[in-house]
Design a protein around this ligand. Structure first.
Ligand SMILES: [Cu+2]
Length: 161
């Protein structure tokens, strides 16, 4: 009896092996940072602070600006401690995202300041477009959270704005 199964079995096995390989390989290398924890402290005054965590995608990148329809303008800020113990903040031109590292914007550190921010309900979604020097524009959605969750940047004076 002719054995015709062997070659075919070999082909099927090879295809199965390829499928397994394909499944194990990332389908597509992302060319955008992965953004998590994007949140905006509910505006209690003219301004609001946005925080997020960005994960690198294999190439170093630089966050150079942010924009949103939910505020008059948006700036990248850094919270600083003044010599007299009070907190202040200042605009920073850009923020580095390491190739496989993280860029964390959090209370007491970096944030994106929404100047002239619209009134927002807790739970609302604010769309913000980040501009990266390499990846280009990336629109993200940030959830509006209770101001108590972003203490540290909401209390101090924004007189320098
Ligand atoms: Cu600020």
């Amino acid at each position: 009896m002719k054995n015709r199964m062997h070659p075919r079995t070999a082909v099927v096995t090879a295809i199965a092996a390829l499928l397994v390989l394909a499944a194990c390989t990332p389908a597509k290398t992302s060319d955008l940072p992965e953004i998590t924890d994007a949140r905006v402290g509910q505006p209690t005054g003219p301004n609001a602070a946005l925080y997020l965590t960005a994960r690198g995608y294999g190439k170093a990148d630089t966050l150079i600006s942010a924009a949103t329809d939910a505020a008059e303008t948006a700036e990248i800020h850094q919270t600083t401690s003044n010599d007299d113990g009070t907190m202040g903040m200042q605009p920073v031109g850009s923020l580095e995202l390491p190739a496989d590292g993280e860029l964390v914007l959090e209370p007491g550190g970096y944030h994106i300041m929404l100047l002239g921010a619209d009134r927002q309900d807790v739970g609302a979604i604010v769309k913000v477009t980040l501009t990266w020097s390499q990846a280009g524009e990336q629109t993200i959605e940030a959830v509006v959270v209770d101001p108590s969750e972003t203490m540290g940047d909401m209390d101090h004076s924004h007189a320098d704005h």
